[in-house]
Design a protein around this ligand. Sequence first.
Ligand SMILES: Cc1cc2nc3c(=O)[nH]c(=O)nc-3n(C[C@H](O)[C@H](O)[C@H](O)COP(=O)(O)O)c2cc1C
Length: 333
Amino acid sequence: MLDLLYLLSRGVLFQLDPERAHELTLWGAERFGRLLGALARRGPEVPAQLCGLELRSPVGLAAGLDKNAVALPLWERLGFGFVEIGTVTPRPQVGNPRPRVHRLKQARALINAMGFPNEGAEAIGARLERLRKAGRWPKIPIGVNVGKNKDTPAAEASADYRSAAARLVEFADYLVVNVSSPNTPGLRALQGKDDLARILGAVVEVSGGKPVLIKLSPDLEDEPLAEAVEVAREGGAAGLIATNTTITRPVADPREHKGGFSGRPLFPLAKGRLEVLLAAAGDLPVVGVGGVDGPERAGALLDLGCAAVQLYTGLIYEGPGLPARINRGLAKR
Ligand SMILES: Cc1cc2nc3c(=O)[nH]c(=O)nc-3n(C[C@H](O)[C@H](O)[C@H](O)COP(=O)(O)O)c2cc1C
């Protein structure tokens, strides 16, 4: 039913500026979440475990789609096993100038240069509090992905990560240190050993023992990937998430948009990086993300050794029935 609604509205939505379409969809998801949720199917249970959390499905919603946590109950109804909100920065910020999201329709890809627009930790914390008080808190684990404000100098970055994490940890089942988005100047440099260790330490300190994961870029070579694993281990991270968007262009973009590339053609790069990461990570759990758009790809990343998978761009092109379809495919295996 919900898929039919998607098919009917997709033609209109895809005529709009991609970010406008996204805003409209989230507006509807926030206000009509219950009705839309009632039309949705979750698919069968596919039990999985991530950092000690019990999941009803290993398929999660990746960070960035519901940055401000406006539609948590709906994501659960679509069949996601967990949801990651954010990236949340301590102070609200508007992000980069628009237009900043572009569709590569043929390739089923997106290029985005958003730069963490979000309402800030305080406002998002207040929204989560309201959801909890209203008794509408979802039954699936919620991850909180944190970052730094654009105007915070790199030397003070760890204080930003700590502050956002400290404000939201009470709502989080796990926290994510995002050092891999390409649209905040200098952010990816924080994947280097010393900075990463400092930031991880700051977040672990306020985590109250909840799992802290590090999200990595697909553009890291083998050595920095292995170093990130070392920092993760030594600093008490519970796991890793790979990958974020790439600054490379897995398919040509004749219009040469700036930003991070996601979606279907990212899959081979993400999978290749995951192979290297999984070999280095040993028993540290890894979440696979990048170009997952159906059961085959989700299954391929789980077969590689990922504890769970996430997706974002696939939902835009395949529609709200995607998580349930993946759950059905995985349950048959
Ligand atoms: C428009 C857009 C915004 C994103 N924002 C964030 C973000 O705020 N934080 C983050 O960690 N990842 C963000 N991502 C990256 C996704 O979480 C994911 O890692 C990436 O898109 C690859 O997965 P996909 O191919 O399934 O989209 C964003 C992706 C897109 C397309």
